[in-house]
Design a protein around this ligand. Sequence first.
Ligand code: DQA
Length: 148
Amino acid sequence: MSHKILVLNGPNLNMLGQREPDIYGHTTLEDIRRAVDARATHLKLTVDFRQTNDEGELVTSIQSARGGADGLIINAAAYTHTSVAILDALLACGVPVVEVHLSNIYRREEFRHHSYVSRAATGIICGFGAHGYELALDAIARLLHNKK
Ligand code: DQA
């Protein structure tokens, strides 16, 4: 049976393509979803791709990974820098977590340099734009393969 990966996207990522294109590029979230689906098919993974602007909904999705998924990829967007609730959910989810950001958060404002998500992540991919999601899938496929 193929591994199931939950890919979670936080607030304002539904605005990709329109939102600060100098930072985030012109790729839409729908473009990213399609690229993720194609990469997942290549890697023989199943993907559940979601976006929400709501912190509580993200927490509920993360909780659903326990027993419901084999790995989790998350771009928590602004909640990355603020949400202990998301960190706590990730610490309890029981599956490998890969953190993704389109931009290189360490080259940006000081307040983006701290990530609560990182404390629960096996690794971080940031600064590669939309391609980061495919890199994250590759990383999680390898993690799951090595765990067998
Ligand atoms: C982001 C970086 C965050 O600092 C920001 O709040 C976002 C997007 C990224 O993908 O580069 O909304 O997570």
